[in-house]
Design a protein around this ligand. Structure first.
Ligand SMILES: Nc1ncnc2c1ncn2[C@@H]1O[C@H](COP(=O)(O)OP(=O)(O)OP(=O)(O)O)[C@@H](O)[C@H]1O
Length: 336
């Protein structure tokens, strides 16, 4: 569906030169849902605008739905839906008129655009709002109308630029449900941008991480987490008395060598806190790619060695850990 090579955009404004997108290569297969993830100003929208033929690349090439974006922009536009960051609908127009106008704009006949509008109103839960003006809709309803407008021409490829920004968590979840349903119903390829980490993690099959105009990672969310960050297992270990402790000995967890020996057979990096509580307990942290299996293994190994595990916690890697590891910055903090 998409094949971009060396795609570049440099803006020149007065004395300022902004290298917004610096020669990216990206492929999207038919049917994929790909999220472009990155902080503000990373170059996500500029990339989308080049792929949708709205902005001419400074260098590089992109083929979208089989057409070159520079040589055949009209063909590209006939094959795509694009939902930008602003609301697409005219504020004082009625919902149904907006949809019909969009259909006319794409050259559909009146029977076809009326049928398509009715189908999309139903599919996107906008039934009953046909006669309302766009400005009277809620934020979530407006965004769903945007999606309907983007789908009027039956595009095989849909671009969404930050579809859920500004929506409350309920409206975000609702929009995602509808996007998922649209995808199932029409089998579209979807490319979207977001700076919501949880959205990219939960919804996207592939995440393309963009920073300073460059792609710094491109993989499934679980591959990214496996390759670029670790799970963290935290255990509070107390002096043991049960399990395999030799009788009469009271093993002390501040005996770091013993602790480390007990945990040596499993994977990951083991670190112990310097601090020892009044009752002799101390905290052990294990960074590992497989926290879900390492946690029970570590508890068992410590029990067998004679320690008592007072509490255990598993924090699984997030896409923010991935971004932090790749860039040294937290995307969550930048977005905030
Ligand atoms: N028309 C323009 N003229 C000059 N600079 C621009 C223009 N459009 C974008 N830029 C700059 O290009 C860089 C990338 O912007 P872009 O909008 O692509 O980022 P983004 O990742 O989509 O950010 P956001 O999440 O805030 O939308 C930014 O530094 C931006 O200021």
């Amino acid at each position: 569906m998409i094949r971009a090579r060396g795609l570049t955009k440099t803006f020149h404004r007065k004395s300022e030169t902004v290298e917004a997108v610096k020669g990216i290569d990206v492929d999207v297969r038919e049917g994929e849902l790909v999220a472009f993830l990155g902080p503000n100003g990373a170059g996500k929208s500029t990339t989308l605008r080049m792929l949708t033929s709205l902005l001419e690349p400074t260098a590089g090439t992109a083929e979208v739905a089989g057409y070159d974006v520079t040589r055949h922009p009209a063909h590209v536009r006939s094959q795509i839906g694009f939902i930008g960051q602003g609301n697409g609908g005219g504020f004082s127009y009625r919902v149904l008129d907006e949809l019909h106008n969009q259909g006319r704009f794409y050259g559909l006949g009146s029977a076809e655009y009326s049928r398509r509008a009715a189908e999309l109103l139903e599919a996107l839960d906008l039934g009953g709002l046909e006669k309302r003006t766009v400005q009277s809709l809620s934020g979530g309803q407006r965004r769903r109308l945007d999606v309907a407008l983007g789908l009027m021409n039956h595009p095989p490829l849909l671009f969404l630029d930050e579809p859920t920004t500004g929506l409350d968590p309920h409206a975000r979840a609702n929009l995602w449900e509808h996007i998922g349903a649209m995808r199932e119903r029409y089998g579209m390829t979807i490319v979207l941008t977001t700076h919501y980490l949880d959205e990219a993690d939960d919804m996207a099959e592939r995440v393309v991480v963009i920073d300073h105009g460059e792609i710094i990672a491109d993989a499934t969310p679980s591959e990214l987490k496996r390759d670029h960050s670790d799970d963290l297992v935290t255990l509070v270990v107390a002096p043991g008395s049960a399990g395999g402790a030799p009788s009469g000995t009271d093993l002390l967890p501040d005996d770091e060598a013993t602790l480390r020996t007990a945990l040596a057979s499993g994977d990951g990096e083991v670190r112990t806190d310097g601090a020892v509580a009044a009752d002799g307990a101390r905290t052990v942290r294990i960074s590992t790619a497989h926290g879900d299996t390492r946690l029970p293994e570590a508890i068992e190994a410590l029990r067998v060695a004679g320690f008592a595990v007072r509490s255990a916690e598993l924090r699984q890697a997030s896409l923010d850990d991935v971004f932090l590891n790749l860039t040294g910055r937290s995307l969550r903090e930048e977005a905030a």
